[in-house]
Design a protein around this ligand. Structure first.
Ligand SMILES: Nc1nc2c(c(=O)[nH]1)N[C@H]1C(S)=C(S)[C@@H](COP(=O)(O)O)O[C@H]1N2
Ligand SMILES: [Mo]
Length: 444
């Protein structure tokens, strides 16, 4: 963890705004602006001695040639996804984003989470086609090359699996890192063709109310989507952070439904069929459903469709696996996002939710995309419980875990992505910091 000051008494000039050492977000504007340099808020650098710089080996010899496609430094080789099937046996293959090792708001393509139910297909874009048919005036087939000739748009958007954060359904807090708890969400800049443009060209039959999207890989994953979403911000994405989609994320083309459950974002998209009624496919009736509240009359039944990913946030730094080496000022930073729109506010607590301070949101804040929040915190070396709670521009905010579980129930076993029937948990996550500076997942 990056520490900002040297001793616990440093930086007293900075206003404490909530319990257990939370400082005003204004402190992030810079130490000079606050006039507190003399008070000791400064970067955690060692003092510069007067001796000349020593030349390390890389300053004395010629380096390697640049490769055609570069990969991270060998000193960053731990910044990788965790896999559910490291043995690569053929089955659902899941790779999780290491949020605790990343910064900013864009997930690098190699680290974007991946869920492929029958492995990553090896698709030749010259042999792949997208068919749009059903309740349209003119069914059309689009080759990859044809799509490249349409006007394109770019936008950032997160994708989140409905099963992300499912470990929080467990009765006991699972001791795992952020990657295991919240690693099934990532955010990229997607570029492609608006679905509305293609539907326009096909001509929509007035009876069409839904469309069924289907993938070209072995499970032929199929989901029903209200047509209104297709005409709003749906995109046939062809590029991810500027380069062709990664094979694990849908190469050569995927459906992007910003803010909507990951499973609906059909990769390897081969078909869009306009229909009057939803298909009630296996995935939307058996897998990605949610039980009705435990107290309700309808207990034991499931909601028919849950499309949105509701507002969520989690602290990435510090988080389990990080260590605070000594008391001092640290930056608490994390990610917030909402399938409904923009993040408007993130509150942070260091005392398990008794008091809260408003974090700074790093701009530009974009709709249905990751927003980075930051807040300085003076850790006094004592126990602390760190939490974040986000609000979106539709007025929704994250529930406490206790309130959410009281309504939805918890699950006895550690859920795997398919073997459980509860999704979309967006509760507040809590990290306990103990006097050794160790960070642990707790329920508070
Ligand atoms: N064709 C196809 N599309 C798919 C899947 C799949 O296995 N095949 N997995 C879905 C699931 S469950 C999720 S959560 C998202 C994940 O998108 P990503 O792998 O690009 O992160 O893709 C969805 N689209
Ligand atoms: Mo998913």
């Amino acid at each position: 963890m990056r520490r900002l000051t040297k001793t616990p008494d440093d930086g007293n000039a900075v206003e404490q705004v909530a319990g257990n050492g939370l400082l005003h977000r204004r402190a992030l504007l810079g130490t000079a602006a606050l006039g507190v340099v003399g008070a000791g808020i400064g970067i955690n650098a060692t003092g510069a001695a007067a001796e000349p710089l020593i030349e390390p080996p890389w300053g004395l010899q010629i380096g390697d040639n640049a490769p055609p496609y570069q990969t991270p430094s060998k000193f960053a080789k731990n910044v990788v996804r965790t896999l559910t099937n490291p043995d690569f046996q053929p089955r659902s293959s899941i790779a999780r984003t290491p949020h605790h090792l990343l910064e900013g708001t864009t997930t690098p393509n190699g680290l974007h989470f991946t869920i492929v139910h029958t492995g990553v297909p090896d698709i030749d874009p010259r042999a792949h086609k997208l068919l749009i048919h059903g309740l349209v005036k003119r069914p059309l087939v689009f080759t990859f090359d044809a799509l490249l000739r349409y006007p394109m748009t770019s936008r950032p958007a997160f994708v989140e699996c409905g099963g992300n954060s499912a470990p929080l359904f467990s009765p006991k807090p699972i001791q795992a890192d952020l990657q295991a708890l919240h690693g099934l969400a990532s955010c990229a800049e997607w570029t492609g063709v608006k679905l509305s443009a293609l539907l326009d060209e096909c001509g929509i039959d007035p009876g069409a109310k839904w469309f069924i999207a289907e993938g070209a890989d072995a499970p032929h994953l199929m989901r029903s989507v209200p047509l209104s979403k297709g005409l709003d911000d749906a995109m046939i994405a062809l590029y991810q952070n500027g380069e062709p989609l990664m094979p694990g994320n849908g190469f050569p083309m995927r459906l992007l439904l910003p803010g909507w459950e990951g499973n609906l974002n059909i990769k390897y998209l081969r078909r869009i069929k306009l229909v009057a009624e939803p298909a009630m496919s296996f995935w939307e009736s058996q897998v990605y459903t949610e039980p009705m509240p435990l107290q309700s009359e309808a207990r034991g039944k499931a909601y028919q469709f849950t499309f949105l990913n509701e507002v969520k946030s989690f602290i990435t730094h510090p988080s389990p696996g990080h260590e605070l080496k000594q008391p001092g000022v640290y930056e608490i930073s994390g990610i917030a996002y909402s399938g409904r729109g923009k993040i408007t506010k993130v509150m942070v607590s260091a005392d398990g939710g008794r008091s809260w301070a408003e974090a700074a949101l790093q701009g530009p804040v974009m709709s249905k995309a990751f927003t980075r929040f930051r807040l300085p915190w003076r850790w006094n070396g004592g126990p602390a419980i760190l939490q974040s709670r986000a609000w979106d521009d539709q007025g929704h905010s994250q529930p406490t875990r206790a309130a959410f579980i009281a309504e939805r129930g918890q699950l006895d076993a550690m859920p795997s992505v398919l073997a459980f029937k509860n999704h979309h948990i967006n509760t507040i996550t809590s990290w306990a910091v103990d006097p050794h500076g160790t960070v642990k997942h707790v329920y508070a």
